[in-house]
Design a protein around this ligand. Structure first.
Ligand code: MRU
Length: 356
């Protein structure tokens, strides 16, 4: 189904649930086509997350929340323990679709707690409670992202040059994005930012998604290849680097899209601040350091085949295709959450933020 009516600025949700139907914006088709696909089974949820039809840590969490409801909606059991056991299987299955973003298991845990806390209800009522929880997760994410944007904007000045990597924008969340939220709020307030978007190889989230989103909103955005970050910094065009994240460890080490750590190391060299934007749902104090973060490895054909008419490497070439890397805390100037801004030492500042 092609839905052009919703192709309007920030009102383009990555995950929708309308009239009993879950739908996912197929981000693999952007920027050429704006197509929503219908989701009716847990296998379709898994496939959509694994193939990055829905992607970005918070959006994956929202998709998993609705997706686990879809999976349980047709459950035939009328026994609470059996329902819970069935949910546990769904949770394990969906959580395995992508391992790095903590929001996926965070959302599935939240759905599980909702089921547990509804043990006095009928199974039909529990199913309704699950749908309500998914709705709440989606709506909360929108509020959280807006607040991250407000907090981040306090660190930026009108006219700044800003470099971003991957896509941490509106389609990676329920609305606004994390790293791009301040850019949208600034745009509404006449900040006139000049944004540079890394293309973000191999899946081109920067080229296909970030430039698409920002230009639709009228933001001044320039696309560069990943290996051009150094020259734009050296030219003096960049005043801040803004990125999202998939998991922040207790010491501030942060997993984000592959290439982020290189950008952060370059930025430190040129004295440019690096701001990581994280809903508290992405902060994982159980994971002590970046070394404990599981990095997703993807098929090598994404590097040499995906966007080309012919293979751009000799047959049988060895590949290494990690989807994320870890930026060490020492390269991160601040971590911006909806509850405030954390500065080094992160072990203390993040613990304080998580206590609320
Ligand atoms: O592989 P992706 O496209 O899901 O990776 C997304 C990122 O790395 C984002 O920067 C991160 O999830 C934050 S999205 C607000």
């Amino acid at each position: 189904m092609t839905d052009r009516s919703s192709a309007n600025h920030l009102e383009i949700a990555p995950v929708k649930y309308e009239n009993g139907q879950m739908m996912i914006l197929d981000q693999t088709l952007l920027p050429c086509e704006t197509v929503y696909i219908e989701i009716n089974t847990k296998e379709q949820v898994f496939e959509a997350i694994y193939k990055l039809r829905v992607r970005g840590a918070p959006a994956i969490g929202v998709a998993a929340a609705y997706g686990s409801y879809i999976a349980m909606r047709d459950s035939k059991t009328i026994n609470f323990e059996a329902f819970m056991a069935e949910y546990q299987q769904v949770k394990t299955y969906l959580a395995s679709s992508r391992p790095t973003a903590v929001n996926l298991s965070w959302a599935l845990d939240r759905m599980q707690s909702r089921i547990k806390n509804s043990s006095n209800l009928t199974i039909d009522q529990i199913k309704s409670a699950m749908l309500k929880e998914a709705e709440e997760i989606r709506q909360e994410d929108e509020r959280v992202c807006r607040q991250i944007g407000e907090n981040a904007l306090s660190l930026l000045k009108p006219g700044m040059g800003i470099l971003t990597h991957c896509n941490a924008g509106t389609i990676a969340t329920s609305k606004y994005g994390t790293a791009l939220a301040a850019i949208y709020l600034g745009q509404e307030r006449g900040y006139d930012f000049k944004v540079f978007a890394d293309e973000t190889r191999p899946l081109l989230q920067g080229a296909r998604l970030t430039t698409w989103e920002l230009s639709r909103f009228g933001v001044n955005v320039t696309l560069i290849c990943d290996n051009m970050a150094s020259i734009v910094m050296k030219n003096g065009w960049i005043n801040a680097v803004v990125v999202g994240c998939d998991r922040v460890a207790a010491n501030g080490d942060t997993a984000n899209k592959i290439g982020t750590s290189g950008v952060a190391i370059l930025a430190k060299n040129y004295g440019i601040p690096v701001y990581v934007h994280a809903p508290v749902s992405t902060i994982d104090l159980v994971t002590k350091t970046g070394e404990d973060i599981h990095i997703e490895l993807r098929d090598g054909s994404e590097i040499y085949r995906m966007w080309y008419a012919k293979d751009m490497a000799p047959a049988g070439v060895k590949t290494y295709n990690p989807a994320f890397d870890v930026t060490d805390a020492e390269y991160i100037t601040a971590i911006i959450t909806e509850r405030g801004i954390a500065y080094p030492p992160y072990t203390e500042s993040l613990a304080k933020i998580m206590k609320g």
